[in-house]
Structures are given as structure tokens and as C-alpha cells.
Design a protein around this ligand. Structure first.
Ligand code: ADP
Ligand code: ZN
Length: 603
């Protein structure tokens, strides 16, 4: 067994260089010190404990909250030739005994355990008798009551930590704000100089927001034009729209399955497994879907409705592109959705702090949707991590949004609403502005108002955009109990008096051809020949995965297949140089894939 972290990285995992702060973290653990690692999803947290586990004598104990993730990780490690196992409630007695014997015999480098298992007295007595290399705590935010996913059973982890104070402890998580971090450090008694924060950015994800007009068609076009044949997740707010959207996509020839809490448990499980094990499947889901999904080649996450906060949005979109290859986070935005959510949050009685906070979060989300700045800049700014320059990989960077001085237009809308009595919806207000001849206008005598016909200079679509942006910016509120009547808010005064100007965005035309992002680089196959070989290699991989009953990505990641397609290896020596090919995989799969590559031209 090689002893240097770099050698292990290459020989076991098949990678040439460490990422971000991986090396520093590994060094620290090898020195016997503790660390708390906050790294975005897909950043490479697991390597930080897996490599020390392979170098230090003894077994590394990894606490992980989700059974499906444990199985995935263990399968991935076994494919790499690493001696790994897990203990959780999914095992039979006999299977459990096999693992326990391996543990007793010192035959494991890593043992994944569920937190509740960790505190069983027999298990602890067993641990007392073996040499522990390190204690790793995955999803460490679950130990914090401040965190968004507190799990009481995680508090027990701290007791185990105290039982083995000499064993280095590595806590890792993708999400922890300041108070959560402090709480993790305190509960696990970690020194604060062991905190590693590597930033939130996910540069391979392209963010895009589109105004909702014909949502189903828009979604279909997005998938067909940008992600044909790719695996993806579509999030909807309601179970009903999950069902409808999945059915519609399937009718249109895109294989899609539903997932929501109303389905039978067995059906949910089956759909989740299909998503992991098959290629190119789309899951249409409520937010219930996602925890425990670490499929690395989810190529897109689409939001059919606006999520409630930037926190949930960022967590959901973070499920795209864990493998570091280009991926898309695409969202449909409509003011009507936002108005409904605002209304739901308001409730009846006086506003509580919680409601106020939720409103505030929703407003930040709307701000993200309406921004004319770099979307990534807005997201990272929200998490207190300003982006030094525009990212070049979001819709507003790729197709800059033009703005215009909408002060006069805003004044026209606001006074027209005022004069019509603050009880009509956008449609009627715009009819009055445009000086149309409708029954309603005649009935209410609105053709005699001073604002009648003062908006002939703009189209209906343009006026709708102005109204939407005034609602988003909080100048107007919408009465959703009645007929969507618009009312002025207190914020309007300065605009009407001409003391404050209003800047509006020009909504981009939807059918514009998208510009390619500079991020794409040369990571994915581009030429038809490369694409054909890539698809062929995916088939080979799928057959191998089916034979073994494992998800395809534990055999090779898409990035390895893509490299194989772009730089076809001529012999096993070339093959060994591909990213993601370590010694075990070279031995196990080298010949099969090499043959597939060499024979492909002839086919
Ligand atoms: P996280 O746990 O932070 O979500 P993982 O540890 O699962 O992320 O790593 C994400 C992906 O990146 C994995 O497929 C992993 O093999 C890969 N990876 C991690 N570190 C490196 C590296 N130094 N070079 C290349 N790929 C890496
Ligand atoms: Zn950008």
C-alpha cells in the first residue's frame, strides 16, 4: 500500500491532483488533528477522510445519516478495490455478522455506520477492541439545532467522539452558516483552527431563469434543445403538477417518472432506484426528492415553480453536475406564483417573526429572478461570498439584460391604478392605459379618466412586464382573494412625486438562440464521432452495471467516459492515464473498455 496521499490519489482513485484544500485537510488528519470541512456538494469531501483511512493503520468509522448514500459510497469504494462495508438497518442478521467479523479481524479500511447503530453497547464494545484510524462525520450539520436538518440521534455522535478523544475527528458538510459551524465545533469539541471553508461556488452549473408563459412547452423545449437524453430532476410545488408534468413529458417522448410523498413507499423506492440505475431518466418531483441522491451525472435541475427561498433553491440546484461536468439549473418564474406564495405566508392573524423571515426569503428569491446582474453573483452574495467578477456562465452573463428608465411608465401605471379605484387586475388597467374600447371600460366610465389612452406607446406585453416588475419591487400588491386587484403600497409615494426613479429590465425574447458558455471547455464530447463513441461506452457501462446490480456511475463517471471518447486510448498504458482510472479499475475494466474503443471504428 502506498503511503503518500498523492500516490493513493493516483493509484486508487486515478486522479492526478488534489482539489481546493483537500491536501491540507488530509495532512492535518494524518497529523492526528481534527477538522471541520465545509465544501460545496461535489467538491470532494469524501476523499478527505477516505485517503487518510487508506494510509493510517486501523479502520475509519464514517457516520452517515442516509442508508442509500452509504450503500452508494461503499459500492464506489469496493469498485476501487478498497475494503469498505456498512452497518445499518437494511442488513440481515447474517450480513451484519459478516461485517462484524471483518471489523474484528482488522479486514476493513472504512466502515460506514448509521448514527443509531453507533450507540449500541455491543457495537461500542466492539469498537473498543479495534484500532480506529479516524472518526468521520458526514452531513455534520445534522448535529446542530441551528442547521436546517437537525437530527436528534446525531447528538449521540458527540458521545462517541468523547469516548475516543485521541482519534482524529473529521466533520464534513456542504451547508453550515456561522452559528451552525460554531455549534458543530462546540458539540464535537473540535479546535476552531481546524475549520476549512472552501466557498459555495459551483462553477460548472449554468444558472438560467425564464419567464413562465406556456410552462409545459417551455420545459419540453428546454429538455429537447439543451439536455436531450440526459438525466435530470424537475421540481414542482404540488403533487398534482408532478403527476401531470411527468405524464406529459412521457407522452412527448421524454422518459419521465413521478416522485412525491403521496406515492406508496414501494413506488417511491422503485422510482428512486430507477433514477440511480438508468441513464437519461427524468424525475419529476416535489422537494421530497433529493436527500440521499448523489448521482453524479444529473445534467439538469429544472424548477417548474419558484422555490420558497434561495437556500432551498441552491440546495436543489446543487444536485446537478456533482461530477464537475457542465450542468444547467433552469427555472420558470411567474409573478402569479410568487403572489400566491406571499399570500399563503401572510395567513390571517398578525405577522409573526417566522412569517416575516419567510417573506424576506421569498423577496430575496424574487430579487434573484428579476436581477439584471450576474445570477451567480446574486446567489453567492446572498451567502456572504461576493463574486469578484461576472461569471460568464449564467443567462444574464451570456445574454446581458438591457435596462431602461421606467420611471414615467411606472408613474402611468400607478396613477391609472389609483384612478380606477385600486380594485382591478392588470388586464383591465392595461386596457385603460392603451385606450381600448371594451364593455368593462364603458360600464365603469374609465374612458373618461385622464389616464385613458396615455399608454398607447407600448404593447400589452411591455405593460405586463412593467406591472410585474412593480409588483416584484414591492410598489404594488395583489389581492389574491378577490380578482387579482392591484393596490399601491406605501413605497409608491416617491415615484409618483418624481423623487425616485425606477429601472426596469427589458425581458429577453424567448426564442433567441443561446450562446455557448465558456465553461463547457473541452470536458464533454463535441464532435459527432466523439458523441457516438461516448454513447457506445455508456452502453458498455450500463451492461456491466446491470450484471453486477450497481448504478453505472460507480463503474466509471461520465467524465472518464468522455475522456475516453475524446482521447481514445490505444493500449492499457494510455488507459491507465485516464482520469478516474486507478489500479483496481484498470485491472477490472481496462480490457473491456479498451476493446470497445478499438473495435468501435469498425462497427
Ligand atoms: P462531496 O462529498 O463533496 O459531495 P465527493 O467526495 O463525492 O464530493 O466528490 C465528488 C466527485 O469529485 C467524486 O466523483 C470524486 O471522485 C471527484 N473528485 C474528488 N476529488 C477529486 C480530485 N482531486 N480530482 C478529481 N476528481 C475528484
Ligand atoms: Zn453570471
Amino acid at each position: 500500500m502506498p503511503r503518500h496521499p498523492r500516490d493513493v490519489l493516483k493509484s486508487v482513485f486515478g486522479y492526478d491532483a488534489f482539489r481546493l484544500q483537500q491536501e491540507a485537510i488530509i495532512e492535518r488528519v494524518l497529523n492526528g488533528q481534527d477538522a471541520l470541512v465545509i465544501m460545496p456538494t461535489g467538491g470532494g469531501k469524501s476523499l478527505c477522510y477516505q485517503i487518510p483511512a487508506l494510509i493510517q493503520p486501523g479502520v475509519a468509522i464514517v457516520v452517515s445519516p442516509l442508508i442509500s448514500l452509504m450503500q452508494d459510497q461503499v459500492e464506489t469504494l469496493r469498485q476501487l478495490g478498497v475494503r469498505a462495508a456498512f452497518l445499518n438497518s437494511s442488513l440481515t442478521r447474517t450480513e451484519q455478522r459478516v461485517v462484524e467479523r471483518q471489523l474484528d479481524g482488522g479486514d476493513l479500511d472504512l466502515l460506514y455506520v448509521a448514527p443509531e447503530r453507533l450507540l449500541m453497547p455491543e457495537f461500542l464494545e466492539r469498537l473498543d477492541r479495534v484500532q480506529i484510524a479516524l472518526l468521520a462525520i458526514d452531513e455534520a450539520h445534522c448535529i446542530s439545532q441551528w442547521g436546517h436538518d437537525f437530527r436528534p440521534e446525531y447528538l449521540k455522535v458527540a458521545e462517541v467522539r468523547r469516548r475516543y478523544p485521541q482519534v482524529p475527528c473529521l466533520a464534513v458538510t456542504a451547508t453550515a452558516d456561522e452559528p451552525t459551524r460554531r455549534e458543530i465545533l462546540k458539540r464535537l469539541q473540535l479546535a476552531s483552527d481546524g475549520l476549512f471553508v472552501t466557498g459555495f461556488d459551483r462553477p460548472n452549473i449554468r444558472y438560467a431563469v425564464t419567464l413562465k408563459s406556456k410552462p409545459k412547452q417551455q420545459l419540453l423545449r428546454f429538455i429537447r434543445e439543451e439536455h436531450d437524453g440526459d438525466a435530470g430532476i424537475v421540481y414542482c410545488l404540488s403533487r398534482k403538477s408532478v403527476e401531470e408534468t411527468a405524464a406529459w413529458l412521457s407522452e412527448e417522448g421524454i422518459e419521465a417518472i413521478p416522485y412525491h410523498a403521496g406515492l406508496k413507499k414501494s413506488e417511491r423506492q422503485e422510482n428512486q432506484e430507477r433514477f440511480l440505475n438508468e441513464e437519461g431518466l427524468v424525475v419529476v418531483a416535489t422537494v421530497a426528492f433529493g436527500m440521499g441522491i448523489d448521482k453524479p451525472n444529473v445534467r439538469f435541475v429544472a424548477h417548474y415553480d419558484v422555490p420558497k427561498s434561495i437556500e432551498s433553491y441552491y440546495q436543489e440546484t446543487g444536485r446537478a453536475g456533482r461530477d464537475g461536468l457542465p450542468a444547467t439549473a433552469w427555472m420558470l418564474y411567474s409573478m402569479a406564483d410568487v403572489v400566491m406564495m406571499r399570500k399563503m405566508l401572510e395567513g390571517n392573524g398578525p405577522t409573526t417573526n417566522h412569517q416575516w423571515a419567510q417573506q424576506h426569503k421569498l423577496n430575496a428569491m424574487v430579487g434573484y429572478c428579476e436581477t439584471v446582474q450576474c445570477r451567480r453573483g446574486v446567489l453567492l452574495g446572498y451567502f456572504g461570498e461576493p463574486l469578484p467578477e461576472a461569471c460568464g456562465n449564467c443567462d444574464t452573463c451570456l445574454e446581458p439584460i438591457e435596462t431602461w428608465d421606467g420611471t414615467v411608465a411606472a408613474q402611468k401605471v400607478l396613477s391609472c391604478i389609483y384612478r380606477t379605484g385600486q380594485r382591478f387586475g392588470a388586464g383591465h388597467v392595461i386596457d385603460v392605459l392603451q385606450g381600448r374600447d371594451t364593455d368593462k371600460i364603458r360600464r365603469f366610465g374609465h374612458d373618461r379618466l385622464s389616464t385613458y389612452g396615455i399608454g398607447e406607446d407600448r404593447s400589452k406585453t411591455e405593460w405586463r412586464s412593467v406591472v410585474r416588475q412593480l409588483v416584484a419591487a414591492g410598489y404594488l400588491s395583489v389581492d389574491v382573494d378577490g380578482y387579482g386587484g392591484l393596490r399601491l403600497t406605501n413605497a409608491c409615494g416617491p415615484v409618483l412625486k418624481g423623487e425616485e426613479s425606477v429601472h426596469l429590465r427589458k425581458d429577453p425574447k424567448p426564442q433567441k438562440k443561446k450562446k455557448a458558455s465558456r465553461y463547457t471547455g473541452d470536458l464533454l464530447p463535441t464532435t459527432p464521432a466523439e458523441k457516438a463513441l461516448f454513447d457506445h461506452l455508456r452502453d458498455v457501462r450500463l451492461d456491466l452495471a446491470r450484471e453486477q446490480g450497481v448504478p453505472p456511475y460507480v463503474i466509471f463517471h461520465d467524465s472518464t467516459l468522455a475522456a475516453m471518447a475524446k482521447h481514445p486510448p490505444k493500449d492499457l498504458g494510455d488507459f491507465a492515464e485516464l482520469p478516474g482510472v486507478g489500479e483496481a479499475k484498470l485491472k477490472r475494466y481496462g480490457a473491456v473498455f479498451l476493446e470497445a474503443v478499438l473495435n468501435f471504428d469498425a462497427a
